[in-house]
Design a protein around this ligand. Structure first.
Ligand SMILES: Nc1ncnc2c1ncn2[C@@H]1O[C@H](COP(=O)(O)OP(=O)(O)O)[C@@H](O)[C@H]1O
Ligand SMILES: [Mg+2]
Length: 266
């Protein structure tokens, strides 16, 4: 720890410290702390609109916090130039909710996109990486197809292959199984488990409990701009907090009690 502070060892991990973020007069995150150490996996649960995607956007520096600190491997990202930010977030890959594939590019071009852009590998090396990553998600045969020719689950797998192409240290998943059929859900969960076995650092945000329990050992629960719970599945089940209980097993009461709360900064 002292060695880190003295600057001898670089500190690693992604850290949000007392981050506050509001948009359109609504407070989305307040004094929000999060740390993601290398090699761990973590899931943040929360209802739709709770601020889960916002957390990922803040980590990527796509939106600036109103206050607080966000560091990636020891570097504060708020206020960095675009060029420096790109460099600092290079170890981070994101699998966006919709997959965010380029429709005009083939699967292979999508997966190799970042590598082509970086310009540090020759075409033969890029093709080798693309095939390897497509192999990992079981889609080598789809290399020449276009996104429109794929099912929703296949698109998500291509998005994972693309995220892996630049060999990231951290992989962030935004609702990776939402909208998929049971086989699609199974495939994505299995891929995420394999990534964890390889020692990858993964952060998933989702409202899908089933997926969370399949993939993660530790959970955080986002409610009204803060993390109100952190712990294991057993601890979550036993927590006995009204909000987590309602989330785990909604009742007719939730029709009235658990609509998206109005949080204002006023
Ligand atoms: N540009 C914006 N203007 C106003 N409100 C926004 C904007 N972007 C997001 N929000 C609000 O911020 C809240 C959190 O959004 P988000 O992080 O996408 O939630 P989640 O991913 O948990 O569903 C939502 O209530 C959303 O309506
Ligand atoms: Mg979202």
């Amino acid at each position: 720890m002292d060695r880190v502070r003295m600057g001898i060892m670089p500190s690693t991990g992604i850290r949000l410290d007392k981050v506050t973020y509001s948009v359109g007069g609504r407070l989305i995150l307040q004094d929000f702390d999060l740390s993601l150490d290398r090699g761990v996996n973590r899931t943040i649960l929360g209802v739709s609109g709770a601020g889960k995607t916002t957390i990922l956007k803040l980590i990527l520096g796509l939106i600036p916090p109103n206050s607080g600190s966000i560091t990636i491997d020891g570097t504060e990202i708020t206020g960095l130039s675009e060029a420096r930010l790109r460099e600092v977030r290079r170890p981070i890959a994101v699998v966006f909710q919709g997959g965010a594939l380029f429709d005009s590019m083939t699967v292979g071009e999508n997966v190799g996109y970042r590598l082509i852009e970086q310009g540090t590998k020759n075409p033969a090396e890029i093709e080798r990486v693309v095939l390897e990553k497509l192999g990992f998600v079981g889609l080598e045969d789809a290399i020449d197809l276009y996104p429109a020719e794929l099912s929703g689950g296949m698109k998500k797998r291509v998005a994972i292959a693309r995220a892996l192409a630049a060999d990231p240290g951290y992989i962030l998943f935004d609702e990776p199984t939402t909208g998929l059929d049971p086989i699609g859900v199974y495939n994505i969960c299995e891929l995420m488990r394999r990534l964890q076995q390889q020692g990858k650092t993964t952060l998933m945000v989702t409202h899908d409990l089933h997926t969370a329990f399949q993939v993660s050992q530790r959970f955080s629960f986002l409610h009204e701009a803060r993390l109100v719970f952190e712990g294991t599945r057993e601890e979550l089940m036993a927590a006995g907090m009204e909000v987590t209980r309602e989330f785990l097993s909604p009742t007719p009461r939730s029709l009235f009690a658990y609509t998206s709360p109005e949080r204002t900064t006023a």
